[in-house]
Design a protein around this ligand. Structure first.
Ligand SMILES: [Zn+2]
Length: 117
């Protein structure tokens, strides 16, 4: 089976000094974890097993929740972007991106509009 470390996420960066030390609880934490679980299921069903990292031959990966890649134009981030989840090599950090809508992790904009959400 593809070796995916369920609870190993990249080490969080230290917060900038202008941010408060305590962050309030995330009300969407449950949904984010559910999305991450769907991404993990997608990876286990679709990818070769084992799958070696092209950079270092490690076969251990971690999966993230969906995030948004946003284009930059004129030095500013675009208001919309591409929903992706990441598959990250736990040895070297090499990262692959998968479109979260194509993978069925998130609904498409059309599906979201139709459901009233
Ligand atoms: Zn690697």
């Amino acid at each position: 089976m593809l070796q995916v470390v369920a609870d190993a996420e990249p080490a969080p960066a230290k917060p900038p000094v202008d941010q408060p030390a305590e962050v309030p609880p995330d009300p969407n934490a449950g949904e984010r974890e559910a999305q991450r679980e769907r991404a993990l299921q997608y990876v286990r069903e679709r990818l070769p097993d084992p799958m070696a990292c092209p950079m270092g031959h490690s076969t251990t990966w971690t999966v993230t929740e969906p995030v948004q890649l946003r284009p930059v134009a004129g030095g500013l981030f675009a208001p919309t972007g591409f929903p992706v989840f990441q598959l990250v090599c736990t040895t070297c950090g090499y990262t692959m991106f998968f479109n979260a809508v194509v993978a069925g992790i998130l609904p498409s904009a059309t599906e979201s509009a139709g459901s009233g959400k």
